[in-house]
Design a protein around this ligand. Structure first.
Ligand SMILES: Nc1ncnc2c1ncn2[C@@H]1O[C@H](COP(=O)(O)OP(=O)(O)OP(=O)(O)O)[C@@H](O)[C@H]1O
Ligand SMILES: [Mg+2]
Length: 237
């Protein structure tokens, strides 16, 4: 279970990225986080894996209170959470399989045989075993995204967070990526996706949390991307 209670986040003591955010997500839910650029979507995700610390309020992730976790214990939280960042960062001189195995070492799994088994499992889950010897630079944007998803899944986390996973993808690749998230969600994983992709949110309906200027302005089951007309419907000449 994920529970935000009156969470606020100030960057540098002055930039209010989130303000009095409260909501709860139960295990196995699928949630879109929408809102304009700068609304606080990425910040919301970063609080959950403690890349950033909240300023006030309380955040519960499973049995842990994130604000109470000491830096040396952060890895315990991160084992529970897979995260796909807005930009996929890979080590350029390691191939795909090595990049994934490397992330396991960061989680404290150092046995090469375990690393190999887990890496093959997640590559299979995203349909990318054929590309495991390639370097990151030798992949398309969509293929790289699948590898980033595989890496996020490496420890079979109960929670998967993704920040704009379909940005810069063509429609077919975007649908393939979304299919992966739905597949994992059907397996019981909690999935939270920050997105600007109104077509996906409107056609594959799930719970929608909408942020504006750091505040939750909507929390709707089977919601649309926007309560107003879709910006993509506006023609500009
Ligand atoms: N590291 C940081 N230091 C200072 N301010 C930051 C930092 N990261 C984000 N902000 C500010 O916090 C606010 C929320 O940013 P955030 O990145 O969470 O928005 P977002 O909804 O993810 O936007 P986008 O859709 O463009 O990705 C913005 O005003 C942003 O300028
Ligand atoms: Mg963002």
């Amino acid at each position: 279970m994920i529970r935000f209670e009156h969470v606020s986040k100030l960057y540098d003591g002055k930039i209010q990225a989130l303000e009095d955010v409260s909501f709860q997500v139960n295990q196995g839910e699928f949630v879109y986080i929408v809102g304009p650029s700068g609304a606080g979507k990425t910040t919301l995700l970063k609080l959950m894996d403690k890349q950033e610390n909240l300023t006030t309020g309380s955040l519960q992730m499973g049995s842990m209170l994130v604000e109470r976790i000491r830096p040396s214990q952060t890895y315990i939280l991160r084992r529970q959470i897979g995260i796909v960042l807005q930009r996929d960062l890979f080590i350029p001189y390691l191939n795909v399989a090595e990049n994934i195995s490397y992330s396991l070492a960061a989680l404290g799994v150092n046995d090469p045989q375990q690393q190999q088994i887990k890496t093959q499992k997640v590559l299979t889950a995203v349909g990318m075993t054929a590309y495991q010897k390639r370097l990151p630079a030798e992949l398309s944007v969509g293929q790289r995204k699948k590898i980033a998803i595989a890496r996020a899944l490496i420890n079979q986390p109960p929670i998967l967070l993704a920040d704009e996973p379909t940005a810069n993808l063509d429609a077919k690749s975007a649908v393939e990526i979304m299919r992966l998230f739905f597949k994992f969600n059907l397996g019981g994983m909690t999935v939270m996706i920050a997105t600007h992709d109104s077509t996906i949110v409107n056609s594959l309906r799930h719970r929608v949390l909408e942020l504006q200027k750091g505040k939750i302005v909507r929390d709707e089951d089977n919601g649309k991307y926007s309560t107003n007309s879709d910006s993509k419907d506006i023609y500009i000449w």
